[in-house]
Design a protein around this ligand. Structure first.
Ligand SMILES: C[S@@+](CC[C@H](N)C(=O)[O-])C[C@H]1O[C@@H](n2cnc3c(N)ncnc32)[C@H](O)[C@@H]1O
Length: 197
């Protein structure tokens, strides 16, 4: 769902970029993120700062999708000519072909989407066999405290938690290859099973 004005502003402040650059991307790299020569999809790409960072790792292609036209407009203004950005609901990515991506990346969006399982279903469909899914998300406990203090308007009806997320991914056949929890934030590397065709 759309971000509240308050969160939209916060997401586009330098501190958010600092976290993404100095904590989240380095964590993913430590977990083995390697996208050189690969086809990459970022779901919930926001204003495209993640794309800017990821382009430094030389993917073969990069596609970013986000629900909010304001975010995609900011992303398109970055002048990242090799990146494609689309306004799209992550629950329905049927515009893209099955098994098209080597790596799918999410920097914190499922806690905004009550029907987040649909996003995982789409992730599983779009990844090649043997492809990797990197994701960082805050746990439900953290979100409840955060919401009580900062009132960012996260959807209260969302049951997303790290435990439920892990269980659902495993049920879909993902293997959790790496996991690290840092201050209520879960970082994961998941493998879509099977040999690449
Ligand atoms: C917390 S922000 C994170 C943005 C960016 N990944 C970052 O790390 O700065 C969550 C993002 O998810 C997007 N979003 C929320 N629901 C979505 C949906 N159903 N489909 C696609 N994007 C969605 C929002 O528009 C927002 O840009």
């Amino acid at each position: 769902m759309r971000l509240s004005d308050r969160e939209f502003k916060a997401m586009n402040r330098p501190f958010r970029k600092l976290l993404q650059r100095r904590v989240e991307l380095p964590f993913f790299k430590k977990m083995g993120l390697s996208i050189s020569g690969k086809h990459v999809l970022e779901i919930g790409c926001g204003s495209g700062y993640g794309a800017e960072l990821l382009m430094g790792l030389h993917p073969e292609s990069y596609l970013g999708v986000d629900l909010m036209p304001e975010q995609i407009a900011l992303a398109q203004r970055r002048g990242l000519n090799q990146c494609a950005f689309f306004i799209m609901d992550a629950e329905d990515l049927s515009a893209f072909n099955t098994g098209n991506y080597d790596v799918i990346i999410i920097f914190g969006i499922l806690h905004h989407i009550p029907a987040w399982r649909n996003v995982i279903n789409e992730t599983s469909r779009l990844l090649k066999k043997g492809g990797r899914f990197f994701i960082v998300e805050p746990d439900l406990k953290f979100l409840k405290y955060w919401e009580a203090v900062f009132k960012w308007g996260h959807p209260a009806e969302n049951d997303f938690s790290l435990k439920v997320f892990e269980k659902y991914c495993q049920e879909l056949g993902f293997i959790i290859e790496k996991k690290k929890v840092l201050l209520f934030f879960g970082f994961y590397r998941l493998l879509k099973q099977g040999r690449q065709a």
